[in-house]
Design a protein around this ligand. Structure first.
Ligand code: ADP
Ligand code: MG
Length: 549
């Protein structure tokens, strides 16, 4: 299959899927389509009244036409205004629905993507998919569809009126159609190329902004302003150039269509005044009709040329979004669901090579953590401790070897159920922009009582500083806990893990930012509260893990 053919097939598939998104709006879509047909029909009817208007009103002064003509005109435009309202409202209703639908699907997909997906792409790219790319889809499904149908039908209707008025003259004018067709194809192809790049660049703009906003301290201290500024200039410059290219393409097609209009009008005047035309029934009304029809057709054709580009843009966007939707989610084929596991974890000759990396992060690791044991992992940074810990909740899949929980392979457990067995405090504490209480009782813990939350915070040695806050556990922590110190954030993360009270507890350098005293208090609390839990403790200080088995 040639490249162009492959492109067309995938476009067709994408379009079919986009149409599938319209299914829930069947009724609105139906009403909107009907309104669109009415709209173009009214315009055609109006064009059809020009000839009688000119000939019978002014030349003949027919009393019948004089009476009916104003009523007909008002009638036509009354129906048309209703149609225009319905089509505009309907298109917006459906378009916004499709955007929301796309956004939800992508967002839901993000929630179930494997960790490797998030390693692969910048978060800017991932965010702009929801903010920008989804928006582009609305264009293809509604705005452009509206132009395509209304203007398309109007062109057909007006051409019919022209042929009815004077087929000889009309045919003479229609020689311009192939020219315009060529233009449409050229413009469409050019747009498609530009738009795929625009999507990519918009993602990069978001990415740079995000990094600078997130790392404003590093940027300041390490004097990264010039570098970041140059980087931002570079990406925005590319966006600007691409957008100018789009505008230039638009301008070119406008100029071309205007030229075509002028040629058409000149042709009308030329042919209409030939002796053989003046002899027949070609009246002033016929001339006015053809003139008006051409005047109506050309702007419609002009809009139809941009429709092609907008549909291309929407298709490029939809294609990218469908690709994400089709990316396999985290593998979750296990069926075992247990209330509470014993917490017997075994690593059996586990190897892990990250995607895109040549070196193995883990090589033949075997380890047995019996129920209720405390296993300590101490080692150089980069030695693969976090990698080991991230295998337990199946953030990554081992390249070879296997992990077992209670003697059964991890893969055999339903993913949600497996993760319900694990409390985990990662190396980089992540807090949500909410209150302390809701950060501790996050997700599945959301129904925890206040007393339990306080008890967990107490055990994590966090109550001491929480009491000092104006609203206690109902104080907000800021985005990613920006209002708290590193140690305070860690203590909240530990409290979250304690509240979960799961049979397995993984602490990946969870107390590294704490002073030795706080760390000891937390370790004591853990020993007290987590007596029968299997614990995997990763630390860089041997003192942290003094109590390990
Ligand atoms: P530790 O926690 O012991 O400091 P890690 O388990 O984080 O070490 O990392 C082990 C190795 O794996 C490092 O060489 C690191 O570069 C690599 N690595 C860690 N996470 C990823 C990832 N998401 N993708 C690719 N390589 C990774
Ligand atoms: Mg680590």
């Amino acid at each position: 299959m040639s490249e162009a053919a492959a492109q067309t097939t995938s476009d067709a598939t994408t379009y079919r899927r986009l149409l599938g998104l319209l299914r829930p709006y069947k009724v609105v879509v139906g009403a909107t389509l009907l309104a669109m047909v009415m709209d173009s029909l009214c315009m055609t009817l109006f064009a059809r009244t020009i000839k009688p208007m000119m000939d019978r009103l002014f030349t003949v002064r027919d009393p019948h036409v004089i009476f009916w003509m104003p009523i007909i005109i008002i009638g036509i435009f009354f129906v048309r205004s209703i149609a225009v309202y319905i089509e505009t409202y309907g298109a917006a209703y459906v378009g916004r629905g499709v955007v929301q639908d796309m956004r939800r699907r992508i967002f839901d997909k993000y929630l179930h993507m494997p960790a490797s997906f998030f390693d692969r792409e910048s978060s800017g790219q991932q965010i702009s998919r929801i903010t920008y790319t989804s928006e582009q889809v609305a264009q293809a499904t509604t705005d452009s569809a509206k132009t395509a149908i209304v203007d398309g039908l109007m062109v057909v209707g007006l051409v019919a009126v022209m042929l009815w008025t004077s087929w000889e003259l009309s045919l003479a004018l229609l020689v311009m159609v192939p020219m315009i067709g060529l233009l449409v194809t050229y413009v469409g192809r050019r747009y498609r190329r530009i738009n795929v790049t625009i999507q990519d660049v918009v993602g990069r703009v978001t990415g740079v902004v995000e990094e600078v906003v997130g790392a404003h301290r590093e940027v300041k201290v390490f004097g990264g302003q010039d570098y970041e500024s140059a980087r931002f200039n570079d990406v925005t410059d590319r966006t600007r150039k691409l957008n100018v290219k789009v505008a230039a393409t638009n301008g070119l097609s406008t100029a071309f269509v205007q030229l075509a209009a002028a040629i058409a009008l000149a042709l009308i005047v030329f042919f209409a005044t030939r002796p053989f035309m003046l002899k027949g029934d070609f009246t002033a009304g016929s001339f006015a009709t053809i003139f008006m029809c051409m005047g109506g057709i050309l702007p419609s054709l002009k809009r139809l040329t941009t429709v092609q580009s907008n549909i291309q843009r929407g298709l490029a966007a939809a294609h990218e979004l469908f690709d994400i939707i089709d990316t396999p989610a985290e593998r979750d084929e296990g069926t075992i669901v247990i209330e509470r596991c014993r917490g017997d974890i075994e690593f059996r000759d586990v190897h892990l090579v990250y995607a895109g990396s040549e070196r193995a992060a883990l090589q033949g690791v075997s380890l047995h953590c019996p129920p209720g044991s405390v296993t300590a992992l101490v080692g150089r940074s980069g030695s693969g401790k976090s990698s080991m810990a991230s295998l337990i909740p199946r953030f990554y899949e081992p390249t070879a070897g296997m992990l077992l929980l209670d003697g059964k392979p991890l893969d055999d457990y339903a993913l949600r159920n497996l993760r319900a067995q694990i409390a985990w405090v990662g190396q980089d504490v992540v807090l949500f922009d909410d209150t302390i209480a809701r950060n501790i009782a996050y997700g599945a813990l959301a129904n925890a009582g206040e007393a339990d939350i306080v008890a967990a915070a107490e055990a994590a040695n966090a109550m001491e500083f929480i009491r000092g806050l104006p609203n206690g556990i109902h104080s907000r922590v800021g985005e990613d806990g920006a209002l708290l110190s590193g140690g305070q954030r860690q203590r909240i993360a530990v409290a979250r893990a304690l509240l979960k009270n799961a049979p397995i507890l993984v602490l990946d350098e969870a107390t590294s930012a704490l002073d030795t005293e706080s760390e000891r208090l937390i370790q004591d609390a853990l020993t007290r509260l987590m007596k029968n839990r299997t614990r995997l403790v990763i630390a860089h200080r041997v003192s942290t893990v003094a109590h390990a088995d």
